[in-house]
Design a protein around this ligand. Structure first.
Ligand SMILES: Nc1nc2c(c(=O)[nH]1)N[C@H]1C(S)=C(S)[C@@H](COP(=O)(O)OP(=O)(O)OC[C@H]3O[C@@H](n4cnc5c(=O)[nH]c(N)nc54)[C@H](O)[C@@H]3O)O[C@H]1N2
Ligand SMILES: Nc1nc2c(c(=O)[nH]1)N[C@H]1C(S)=C(S)[C@@H](COP(=O)(O)OP(=O)(O)OC[C@H]3O[C@@H](n4cnc5c(=O)[nH]c(N)nc54)[C@H](O)[C@@H]3O)O[C@H]1N2
Ligand code: SF4
Ligand SMILES: [Mo]
Length: 754
């Protein structure tokens, strides 16, 4: 390691008091990936600073937000887990007793062996979890172990983007969008449920938005809330009702058809399904998008007046926005992940793509559609811990894992099971760096009841830094080291061309150990130790990954150099998704059955399910504004991602509580109608559960909608009412029709002054 680089304080005016500055990485799942510098004195991190390399317009610093800078407080929190523990009370009660690592390893190995012998490897489930986004982490380590022991039940999808990831390939062949660097070329930017000023998508997504604004782009934000992104950047805010984006987009498309504002030649050349002349073979007449928009197929023209009644955006505004979008070229329609984390989230994705096609905004610089996470092809050629192949081919959609606990063997294709049927229900769970065992999963009361029943899952192993609401359900609870206590590599979400290297800055306290460490010991006990480690420690694997990357990229730095500088960067690129498909369609057809963008999608049409139509139609949501349940529970409740947390991580961090406390947003009208004043304690409830929270009465949210930031820790009283403000006591387990994804933003509630 280059000691000099590590000990040189490049910040001007720093005092030489023996403090070492060590490049480290912030590796939680916020979408960004930032360069941190741990200031270490006498083996203790005394301060965390961030990137001090020159801040160049074309290559901006990778500066950390307040969460990364507050990481020290996570390290030295007195509540941090210190020793391995086993459950002594009932499952979920949160009573544990300290055990040795030897006993922990022995117990895990014995339980794993028992479950595999009795129920087969398919009964072992390694849950989704994003607390650690490094290159060598618990999830892949557990997968590697299980692949040596006969495999495990896999999953597909994630909690973030199930509808987008599952649906986009049907329409455009693959999920891809432009890089943020292209925003500066847009005349108009529509941000639809996209809020990078609070929910980071990439360290500098905000910066590129600011540059676009400076370059003269008009910015329209469509969001039920006046987010910080809207407050900072928007020329106009359209506060639509949640779940109704597809209706808004359909009406904008209608205006373009009515006023002939669409790009006929683009549609003819690159798309199918727009009009009756361009339909796939074997589909009845009247199924084209124009027929649907004009009401030829169902008697309802999708006029702005039709959409106004659904979305709450007035018809005149919809007409004006449609004209603006169609005539300001190039224009980007950036859809965040919020609009697709809804009932029928598939349709909001598809309706957005259709608009981009109608205006010829696909494959052009400054145009585009999507969540700005594109350009995966740009990513640097470095991998993560190799897991080997899973001998078990069956997979479930991740959101339905609780169903796989209760009725796995009865689940079929209708539940999204691939390569089924399942041979067993889930009997063993590894929950590593995850609070999605409870807190982040939907319908907490249902989930908790399932987990409490010891006749269902027989053993739950959790590894974390804290006794989180999920960790309380562990049978074996393990204290993990943190990313500042080990070396690791971090990757940005979007295909930005950099990686961050994090050095081990200090020793892990007490008996905290990396997941790879104890999994190697479990492997050893189960007779596959050598195959599991191949003689390598975590750091040896990092060296292996860097050496591999160097064979693919001649400029990729050597391990010691990476460790000294803390990152490897190539200048950001203006990446345009589908550029080659548009430039040379003969040579590079879209990867769909027709080779074109499928506005009408025959494979979906043939599923013969009215909830999965061939077209990007608006379908009213269950628990949406048009549901009869609204008579009982009249408020739509959304759970946006929060500036001061990464999901549930940092909820425990008092410094971040100071930044912004957990509060429910409610409109002045809805608050007044219920006698609620700003700062009042309120009860929010529906048939699934109830929570207590402090109200913020504000004009920044549309009437009829409340918002409770997702990720607060579940803290039930003896009646099961959550006093932590965790929205997932209210959310539903009902999955979206095509992707079987989580619709965790779709729920109806009522609010009462406490
Ligand atoms: N600070 C911070 N940053 C994060 C995260 C975090 O927890 N904290 N999480 C990261 C992760 S893993 C993810 S997946 C992303 C999540 O990023 P997003 O999914 O984009 O975040 P959300 O807050 O769920 O939704 C974005 C916006 O959509 C709005 N919205 C809700 N429903 C609707 C609707 O029906 N229509 C429209 N138009 N808008 C709607 C919400 O009010 C919100 O402002 O963020 C990443 N970045
Ligand atoms: N209602 C609602 N629910 C949602 C969402 C929503 O929008 N609304 N969003 C969903 C989305 S997009 C996502 S991605 C999920 C995220 O859900 P999770 O993936 O569960 O993410 P976190 O809540 O951050 O929990 C990560 C845990 O890992 C722990 N941890 C951190 N570092 C390490 C480490 O190095 N080792 C170990 N062993 N543990 C570590 C942290 O302390 C924390 O408890 O939540 C989903 N849940
Ligand atoms: S939480 Fe995200 S934005 Fe903040 S420092 Fe960490 S990686 Fe960067
Ligand atoms: Mo996510």
């Amino acid at each position: 390691m280059n000691k000099e680089a590590l000990t040189t304080n490049s910040r001007a005016g720093a005092v030489d008091d023996g403090t070492k500055i060590v490049p480290v990485v912030c590796n939680n799942n916020c979408g960004g990936r930032c360069h941190l510098r741990a200031h270490v004195r006498d083996g203790v991190v005394v301060r965390i600073s961030t990137d001090v390399t020159p801040d160049v317009a074309e290559n901006p610093q990778l500066r950390a937000c307040l969460k990364g800078r507050a990481m020290r407080n996570r390290l030295y929190d007195p509540n941090r887990l210190k020793y391995p523990m086993k459950r002594v009370g009932k499952r979920g009660e949160g009573k544990f007793e300290r055990i040795s690592w030897d006993e922990a390893v022995k117990t895990i190995a014995a339980n794993l062996r028992g479950v595999i012998d009795t129920h087969g490897p398919e009964s072992v489930y390694i849950h989704y979890g994003t607390g650690d986004c490094g290159a060598v982490r618990g999830r892949e380590s557990a997968q590697r172990l299980m692949n040596l022991l006969g495999g495990y039940l896999g999953y597909y999808n994630n909690y973030s983007a199930a509808c987008l990831e599952y649906t986009a390939p049907f329409i455009t062949g693959l999920r891809d969008t432009n890089s943020y660097q292209t925003l500066a070329h847009s005349k108009l930017i529509i941000l639809n449920g996209f809020n990078p000023a609070e929910t980071v998508f990439e360290t500098n997504s905000n910066y590129y938005l600011a540059r676009a604004k400076e370059a003269g782009a008009k910015i329209i934000v469509i969001d039920p809330r006046l987010t910080e992104t809207a407050a900072t950047f928007a020329d106009e805010w359209l506060p639509l009702k949640p779940t109704t984006d597809a209706a808004l987009f359909n009406a904008m498309a209608y205006v373009m058809v009515e006023e002939k504002l669409f790009d006929q030649s683009f549609l003819d050349k690159y798309c199918i399904g727009f009009d009756e002349e361009h339909m796939p073979d074997g589909v009845a007449e009247g199924e084209s998008f124009t027929s649907y928009l004009l009401g030829n197929s169902d008697g309802t023209p999708k006029t702005p007046e039709w959409a106004a009644a659904i979305t709450g955006i007035d018809a005149g505004t919809i007409r004006r926005i449609a004209r603006e979008y169609a005539t300001s070229k190039p224009s980007q329609l950036l859809q965040g992940l919020g609009p697709q984390r809804h009932a029928h989230g598939e349709q909001s994705v598809r309706a957005g793509i259709a608009l981009a096609c109608m205006t010829g905004n696909v494959g052009v610089l400054g145009g585009g559609w999507g969540g700005g996470e594109g350009g995966t092809t740009l990513a640097l050629p470095i991998g993560s811990l190799p897991t080997g192949a899973n001998p078990v081919k069956a997979k479930i959609p991740v959101f339905l894992w609780t169903d796989a606990v209760v009725r796995g063997t009865e689940m079929g294709e209708d539940d999204g099971v691939k390569n089924g049927p399942l041979k067993s229900n889930i009997k063993f769970i590894f929950n590593l760096a995850s609070n999605a065992l409870l807190n982040q999963h939907a319908d907490i009361n249902r989930t908790a009841a399932i987990l409490r029943d010891e006749s269902l899952v027989e053993c739950i192993v959790v590894s974390d830094h804290f006794l989180t609401p999920s960790a309380r359900f562990a049978d074996i609870l393990l204290p993990c080291d943190s990313s500042l206590e080990r070396s690791d590599i971090g990757f940005p979400w979007s295909g930005q061309k950099y990686i961050i290297f994090g050095n081990k800055a200090v020793d892990a306290p007490f008996e905290c150990r990396h997941d790879y460490w104890w999994l190697s010991r479990v492997a050893e006990r189960m007779g596959v130790g050598e195959k599991f480690t191949e003689g390598k420690t975590e750091e040896d694997w990092l060296k292996f990954l860097v050496a591999e990357a160097r064979t693919k990229d001649s400029e990729f730095p050597a391990y010691d150099e990476l460790s000294a500088t803390g990152f490897y960067r190539k200048p950001p690129e203006e990446y345009v998704a589908f550029e080659k498909e548009i430039r040379e369609p003969e040579k590079y057809p879209f990867q769909t059955p027709s080779g074109k963008i499928e506005i009408f999608c025959k494979p979906l049409h043939q599923m013969n399910n009215p909830k999965i139509p061939g077209l990007p139609k608006y379908i009213p949501a269950w628990e949406g504004p048009q549901d009869v349940l609204a008579a009982k529970y009249p408020l739509q409740c959304i759970g946006p991602h929060f500036k001061r947390r990464t999901h549930s991580s940092y909820d425990e961090n008092a410094w971040m509580e100071e930044v912004e406390p957990q509060k429910m947003w409610i409109s002045v009208q809805d608050a007044t109608a219920r006698g609620i004043k700003d700062g009042d304690k309120v009860k929010v409830f529906n048939d699934r559960g109830a929570l207590m929270i402090c109200a913020r009465v504000t004009r920044r949210i549309r009437p009829g909608v409340i918002s409770i930031p997702q990720g607060a820790w579940y803290a039930p009283d003896k009646n099961g009412v959550c006093h932590g403000g965790c929205i997932n006591v209210l959310t539903s387990q009902r999955a979206t029709p095509l992707a079987h994804g989580n619709a965790q933003h779709t729920l109806l509630v009522e609010v009462r002054k406490a």
